[in-house]
Design a binder for this molecule. Structure first.
Ligand SMILES: [Zn+2]
Ligand SMILES: [Zn+2]
Length: 371
């Protein structure tokens, strides 16, 4: 395949104009960079917020930008120094790959704290800007330029590309978050708040790693039914129960103690307040989905008198991508993961894909170059 000079891309030109399809230049391939042709991308609630201008105050979101941060692509061309993936497996033209943000490797968080997802110099895919090298860094485009510093992994060929794409945001984030939570005992009870893609992937993950009792709080009914199919021992509908009733249910399911671990996957501020009531004394709260600009009301005595620990994480390293893909591949016959995927769209109908998210679809699929 010859190296393309331009790429169609869904651009957010500023925070007030929505999205439009543009023809952008494809930068020349420098050493260690990779050019991929997007095989499948998936939409995310964050894309809706970026397109609507709700992220105008986020320093990581820099317009103009190419939208889309969940994607997998096939290698079109490799820089002269890039011959393998993060596991030293040979990579060649046509391979399906996924890639992590390009951490700088030399800021305090990268070099000393070893917390690269907090890198202060990261250019996050799908968050721009297009006017700074390499520019073409969003998933809703024909091509994506994988930064020379981005680590990448090959995607298992048995995994449907759209499903792999959906794992490049929600599932690898779940894998990273549970890693920070530490050990979960085989007798522990986990409460998951939220039944969107993050909450459902967390439900599946809990089942995969053998957490026996999982209680999922969320809505609507179809998603809770999916949570039950994926192993939730109990579901609590947020639309038909009060916080008091949910607390009562969790207390009843845990011999009066409360949950050993609560994973906040809903994104809304009141969920964190509620998590501190649902967790047992000495238990843990894992913040995965928080995205609400509103503050959560909490009592600091939760952390000394009740010895509750809280941890959280953002994004993921390439190891979490690898684990996410391998877990999906191993377990895809046990879970109907395709139930997370929505309708299919092209670059010209991304607006409809974003509308579908606002109307309740979890992961609409964008195929920039439908076959
Ligand atoms: Zn996402
Ligand atoms: Zn850094």
């Amino acid at each position: 395949m010859s190296y393309p000079h331009t790429s169609r891309a869904v651009v957010v030109p500023d925070h007030d104009s929505g999205i439009s399809v543009h023809e952008l230049p494809v930068p020349a391939l420098v050493e260690s960079a990779v050019l991929v042709r997007i095989e499948a991308a998936t939409g995310c609630g964050t894309d809706v917020h970026i397109a609507a201008g709700h992220m105008r105050h986020a320093t990581t979101c820099r317009v103009p930008l190419v939208l889309g941060h969940e994607m997998v692509g096939r290698v079109v061309a490799l820089g002269s120094n890039r011959t393998t993936d993060a596991l030293n497996r040979p990579v060649s033209e046509g391979d399906l790959i996924a890639w992590a943000s390009p951490w700088c490797g030399s800021c305090y968080w990268c070099a000393i704290a070893k917390q690269p997802t907090l890198c202060i110099n990261a250019n996050v895919y799908g968050f721009g800007p297009t006017d700074q090298f390499p520019g073409l860094t969003g998933g809703f485009a024909e091509y994506c330029y994988v930064h020379p510093r981005s680590q990448l992994v090959k995607v298992p060929e048995l995994l449907e590309p759209a499903l792999a794409s959906s794992a490049t945001c929600a599932f690898r984030t779940v894998v990273h978050a549970f890693e920070t939570a530490g050990r979960v005992a085989p007798t522990d009870t986990l409460v998951i708040q939220g039944s969107g893609a993050v909450g459902l992937y967390a439900t599946a993950y809990a089942k995969m790693v053998g957490i026996p009792q999982v209680i999922v709080i969320g809505a609507p009914t179809e998603r809770l039914n999916l949570a039950t199919q994926w192993g939730a021992s109990q579901v609590l509908d947020i639309q038909t129960t009060t916080p008091e009733e949910r607390l009562e249910a969790v207390i009843a399911a845990t011999d009066g103690r409360g949950a050993d671990l609560v994973a906040e996957c809903s994104g809304v501020a009141p969920a964190f307040t509620e998590s501190l009531n649902l967790v047992r004394r000495g238990g843990r709260v894992l913040v995965v989905g928080a995205a609400d600009p509103r503050p959560s009301e909490i009592h600091a005595t939760s952390f000394n008198m009740r010895q509750i620990s809280v941890s959280g994480s953002i994004s993921a390293e390439i190891s979490h991508f690898w684990r996410a893909f391998n877990l999906l591949e191993q377990h895809q016959t046990n879970f109907d993961f395709s139930a997370l995927l929505g309708n299919h769209y092209t670059l010209d109908t991304v607006d409809d894909a974003l509308t579908s998210i606002a109307e309740g679809a979890m992961k609409p699929v964008i195929e920039p170059t439908p076959s």
